[in-house]
Design a protein around this ligand. Structure first.
Ligand code: NAD
Ligand code: ATP
Length: 485
């Protein structure tokens, strides 16, 4: 009995001693944390970067008030590496403390001491641009954890602030069926909708030669006029096939008004609307809101060797001397019987040599056109990327690539090349590339907004299935009268 009491007394003393020691250690750790936080706060305030972004708490000097996310003026060595000497970015400037981290124990080291997570900064290569555009729209690094936001808004919707008033119609030439529909549409747009109608100069002339009821139709005369067409029209209508969409887009060397495309061609991958119900379609689109697909374009320039002879930096490129392609720019061997030999660079990094029939640099919209025929993947038009697809490469291992949308590609015909190459822009405007000439392209800031029939992905899948018969095979089965799978 006495022995039991003595043992209980001893273990009680031991427990009290252990608890006192734990309390003392906890208090010491608290003081240490406070000291470290104050040191860091003082340092940050001296650097001038963190103070504006502090999460405030009830007491200003409370070491429980910690910075959330700070946008810092670059003092990080990595920024220099990215060519962004003072560029903005996202910084993780967090001091971990009780209750801040999802799991408190994560911040305790083996000896039960709290540690500070090492600070870091995320910056985006921005070639010296110092504005907020260099921040990434979906990446954050709150509390030192890098995360990407889930993009919940999938579909872009166009909502008119007031009803569109002017429309430009582009139509496929030499088709009586298309011409007949164009006349009917022009009358309806004017009489029922009270809209100003623009037609291409020769189409307008043909209409006026036929009847003077179309004197209200407007047009453009010079190349200068067409440069400002986007300021005069709210909506573009195309009547034809994919070629007519490409044709209409090529007329806009800057911003493009929303495009409604009626299928009156053979394939019609980018022409979702049916011409026989054009009034209902246009009524809906004009009323809005309406889903659109932003189809990115590539801005392509030819850099001539002759223009660069004086100095390596000399570029006698005129302001207007560029092509905006909706599908692709292709470089091929033309009539030459030699293999093309092209040197390819991405942002000045060597990519590869192309030896074969040529190379296609395609947008994602163009992925279902020439690039597909050359073995490239089909890519949804809203995926940000540039397709790099060789044409009949001489090497069996030369597979197509998809590069990020922000790279600048340079395709050079080497000075020692035996033959020339030819560049075509959306299958048109073929231009010769002599030895030493290069083609440069990057993503343009001016996409083509095309109105969807249903919504972007649904329209894309519908086109893939209906126009290209993707993964459709006939099955011979009495249970499947339509014979398709
Ligand atoms: N081997 C090939 O498949 C090949 C060869 C040369 C050009 N092309 C394509 O033709 C385009 C020019 O078209 P065009 O109508 O002025 O010439 P075109 O009249 O010769 O038509 C070419 C075909 O490509 C289709 N097409 C065009 N763009 C498309 C797209 N984004 N998705 C799916 N199919 C598409 C057209 O509907 C048409 O059937 C070029 O941009 C190029 O992509 C393809
Ligand atoms: N307004 C226009 N003026 C001059 N040429 C045009 C015009 N619209 C289209 N074209 C050209 O006419 C050709 C045929 O047009 P389009 O591709 O629209 O018809 P399609 O071949 O019947 O249809 P799809 O492309 O669906 O097979 C294309 O090469 C295109 O560039």
């Amino acid at each position: 009995m006495v022995e039991d009491q003595a043992q209980a007394y001893m273990s009680n003393c031991l427990r009290i001693a252990v608890e006192s020691k734990a309390r003392a250690m906890e208090e010491a750790a608290q003081w240490k944390r406070k000291y470290e936080f104050e040191c860091l706060q003082n340092g940050a305030e001296e650097a001038g970067g963190l103070s504006a972004n502090y999460r405030t708490s009830s007491s200003g000097s409370d070491f429980n008030s910690v910075p959330d996310v700070a946008i810092v003026q670059g003092h990080h060595s990595h920024e220099q590496h990215l060519g962004c000497s003072e560029g903005p970015g996202i910084s993780s400037c967090d001091i971990f403390k009780n209750g801040m981290c999802s799991s408190e124990s994560n911040n305790l080291d083996g000896r039960g001491l709290l540690y500070q997570k090492v600070l870091f900064n995320l910056a985006w290569g921005c070639d010296g641009i110092k504005d907020q555009h260099a921040k990434h729209d979906i990446v954050s690094c709150e509390r030192g954890d890098i995360r990407t936001d889930i993009r919940r808004s999938k579909q872009i919707i166009l909502e008119w602030k007031s009803a569109p008033r002017s429309v430009a119609i582009f139509m496929k030439p030499n088709s009586p069926h298309v011409q007949a529909l164009c006349k009917e549409m022009v009358k309806w747009l004017k009489e029922d909708k009270g809209m100003n109608v623009f037609l291409e100069p020769d189409v307008r002339k043909e209409l006026l030669d036929e009847s003077n009821t179309y004197t209200f139709v407007q047009t453009w005369k010079t190349g200068e006029d067409i440069k400002t067409l986007h300021c005069k029209v709210d909506l573009v209508i195309t009547l034809g096939g994919d070629g007519t969409v490409l044709w209409a887009a090529s007329k806009f060397k800057g911003p493009v008004p929303p495009v409604v495309s009626f299928a009156m061609g053979s394939l019609g991958f980018m022409t979702p609307f049916k011409s026989d119900c054009f009034k209902e379609c246009l009524r809906n689109v004009i009323k809005g809101p309406w889903p659109i697909t932003l189809r990115h374009r590539l801005c392509c320039r030819i850099v001539r060797a002759a223009d660069c002879q004086e100095s390596t930096n000399c570029r006698k490129i005129l302001e207007d001397d560029f092509h905006l392609v909706l599908n692709e720019v292709s470089i091929d061997r033309g009539m030459s019987s030699f293999l093309t030999f092209l040197e390819c660079y991405s942002d000045n990094s060597f990519v590869t040599y192309v030896q074969g029939d040529g190379l296609i640099i395609s947008t994602t919209s163009g992925s279902t056109a020439y690039s597909l025929a050359a073995g490239g993947s089909m890519v949804h038009p809203q995926v940000p990327g540039i397709l790099f697809t060789p044409i009949c490469p001489h090497s069996l291992s030369f597979r197509p690539l998809i590069l990020p949308e922000y790279v600048t590609l340079r395709i050079q015909v080497p000075l020692h090349s035996r033959g020339q190459a030819w560049a075509s822009f959306d299958g048109k405007d073929r231009q010769i590339l002599q030895a030493g000439d290069a083609l440069e392209c990057n993503m343009s800031e001016w996409p083509v907004p095309t109105m969807c029939e249903v919504e972007s992905t649904c329209d894309f899948l519908h086109s893939v299935q209906e126009c290209l018969h993707w993964n459709m095979k006939k099955i011979h089965c009495a249970d499947n009268p339509e014979g398709q799978l």
